[in-house]
Design a binder for this molecule. Structure first.
Ligand SMILES: [Ca+2]
Ligand SMILES: [Ca+2]
Length: 604
């Protein structure tokens, strides 16, 4: 496979806010490419596909845990923080990955699960055997299983208590997640020192940041819920101070499955910053809800809630990742509706969520895949893609737990989808061979050969986004429309204010979730007369323009127009150029006086 774009090696750009402009790509090392035919993906395999990721337009890799681990929880059960699982490769290979990624101006973020370790970790084994020894107090031990009564159980399908009995030490230990993952005792200063050493170890390997897994859960208290306790924030501040002092420019990303008003606490304040980024959990299920309910009202409501973030902090947005599509952030009524639409087979459910990939969730509808991606790329925050979703990979709900959506990447229609030369039975998980998503149909090679494939479409949208800093750095203002199926907002960015930096930009984004054509009026306040046009990666027309917008929208339509003070650009994806209505990413532009536009008024 070769890539048409000229592959150059620009090296890392100097941009202290790189993470706010970046397009992230979550890649599971085990699932991407197997370089040595042992059936499991590895670091050398990932290195061999950096050209592909550069071609796609990825700015930063997010790599879930590659530490030494018994892999009972996808590597989030760490047995040694300073060793790489041998089947993945060596520390030398990891260093090479970082070097080669940096040559391509691509950052590398790794996962850091700090709340707990594997029960196989040497610390835990020592703690069990020698309560008076140096690791005796590294975990949360009790004589009874009654502490922390307000702490909820997360893996409701697998655990019925947060305490487990250890037959060696004859005491109970606290575990927020699986019982094979004992929680570290953050009330012990020695644990802090150990964590700082781990962070320095990986920073010295050149990584650009951490995704702080399950960060709200570090501390527990008798009165509290064990989520975002004050001491947890104090600890994160201390980590941030160390990072800023010793490793400036590297970032901390909080994984906190909570409402923005709570999550924003993990970003801290201007004076006492905590994480540089946090994932926006509530917006994601509402995208899926809107697609089936044909109502944009919930999305409009959630996006209208403004949450002040400290300077330099940003959100991470996503459609899917390696975990289940979590429904913890929606009401019971919505959850049941979502299960009905997206998880009609009980096998598709796990915990409080749905364990399916993006394309099967959307029933492989190209229009919905485009709409969902277009929305993802225009929301405030940096988009996180999940490996394989750029080609619309399927899943395998007959596999246990979240393995359903962790199957090997599909590169070619050849044996093992080009993922590995191993005997097919030896693969860590089987390749998807379902009727609709069979790897002989869904793979990178065949999509590279089709200019209208999802892969080319996604790549094009990534490059459009990268060409417009407003999407990463701009503000959002949600607009009123007269149609419940239509979401409209304006992104605005004042520019860098320097001659050589970013120009000011305003972008109007309109999305219709209706399954039928709609006519809509959108109220845009304070607009001077100008003519918006769509902006495209390919064709950029520049003319003077205003932002007034009204149009009959065809079903499942995403539109976006952008204006700057004196010019506008046309934004459309290639699939739309050769295909008139119903699918795709389309925008119509009008020269109109400001103010309210009438329904059905679509004359140009
Ligand atoms: Ca391998
Ligand atoms: Ca904890």
């Amino acid at each position: 496979m070769t890539f048409t774009a000229p592959i150059t090696l620009p090296g890392l750009t100097l941009d202290p806010q790189w993470y706010r402009r970046a397009v992230f790509y979550e890649v599971m090392v085990r699932s991407f490419v197997d370089s040595n035919g042992d059936g499991s993906g590895d670091l050398a395999g990932l290195i061999s596909k950096l050209d592909y990721l550069q071609w796609l337009g990825v700015d930063a890799l997010w790599i879930p845990p590659i530490y030494q681990s018994p892999l009972r929880d996808g590597g989030y059960d760490v047995a040694d923080y300073t060793q790489i699982l041998p089947e993945f490769g060596t520390l030398e290979e990891f260093r090479e990955l970082v070097t080669k990624a940096h040559e391509r101006n691509m950052r590398v973020i790794i996962d850091l699960p700090l709340n707990h370790t594997s029960d196989q970790h040497e610390w835990f084994q020592q703690s069990r055997l020698d309560p008076e020894g140096p690791y005796g107090d590294f975990y949360v031990w009790r004589d009874t299983d009654e502490g922390y009564p307000n702490v909820r159980i997360i893996f409701t399908d697998y655990e019925d208590s947060n305490w487990a009995f250890d037959s060696e030490r004859r005491q109970f230990y606290f575990h927020r997640f699986f019982s094979h993952q004992p929680d570290l005792n953050f009330r012990n200063p020695a644990v802090h020192e150990a964590v700082f050493d781990i962070i320095r170890f990986w920073m010295d390997m050149g990584v650009d940041g951490f995704r702080l897994d399950a960060i709200p859960y570090l501390y527990e208290s008798e009165e509290g819920s064990g989520e975002g306790e004050p001491e947890t924030h104090e600890f994160i501040k201390a980590v941030r101070r160390m990072m800023d002092e010793e490793y400036p420019g590297r970032v901390m990303i909080a994984e906190a499955n909570q409402w923005p008003a709570e999550v924003v606490e993990f970003m801290g304040t201007d004076e006492e910053p905590q994480c540089h980024m946090a994932f926006d959990f509530p917006v994601m299920p509402r995208i899926f809800y809107s697609l089936r309910s044909q109502s944009a009202q919930e999305l409009t409501r959630v996006l209208s809630e403004t949450t002040d973030t400290p300077a330099g902090a940003g959100w991470g947005v996503f459609l899917r990742n390696h975990d289940e599509l979590t429904l913890e952030m929606v009401s019971e009524e919505y959850r049941q509706a979502m299960y009905g639409w997206y998880a009609y087979d009980p096998r598709m459910r796990v915990n409080v969520g749905i364990r399916r990939r993006l394309a099967p969730l959307l029933d492989n509808s190209r229009a919905e895949l485009e709409l969902a991606h277009a929305l993802l790329f225009s929301l405030p925050g940096s988009p996180f893609l999940y490996y394989g979703d750029e080609i619309g990979m399927g899943d395998n709900i007959w596999l246990p737990d979240r393995d359903a959506s962790r199957t090997p990447m599909q590169w070619t229609p050849d044996r093992n989808a080009g993922f590995s030369t191993a005997d097919p039975g030896k693969l860590y998980l089987p390749i998807v061979q379902s009727l609709v998503y069979n790897y002989s149909l869904v793979n990178v090679e065949s999509q590279l050969a089709q200019s209208r494939s999802l892969l080319h479409w996604v790549r094009n949208v990534i490059h459009v986004r990268k060409g417009h800093p407003v999407f990463g750095l701009g503000s959002i203002k949600v607009l009123r429309t007269n149609h419940e199926s239509v979401l409209a907002f304006v992104r605005e960015y004042e520019g860098s204010g320097t001659q050589f930096g970013d120009a000011p930009e305003r972008v109007l984004c309109v999305f219709s979730f209706s399954h039928n054509p709609v006519s809509v009026s959108i109220e845009i306040e304070g607009e001077e007369e100008s003519r918006p046009t769509t902006c495209s990666a390919a064709a950029r027309s520049r003319r003077s323009a205003t932002m007034a917008f009204s149009r009959s929208l065809s079903p499942l339509r995403a539109s976006s127009g952008c204006t700057s003070e004196s010019r506008a650009q046309r934004f459309r994806a290639p699939s739309e150029r050769r295909r008139s209505p119903p699918l795709g990413f389309r925008h119509e532009q009008l020269g109109r006086p400001p103010g309210r536009l009438r329904p059905g008024d679509d004359r140009c």
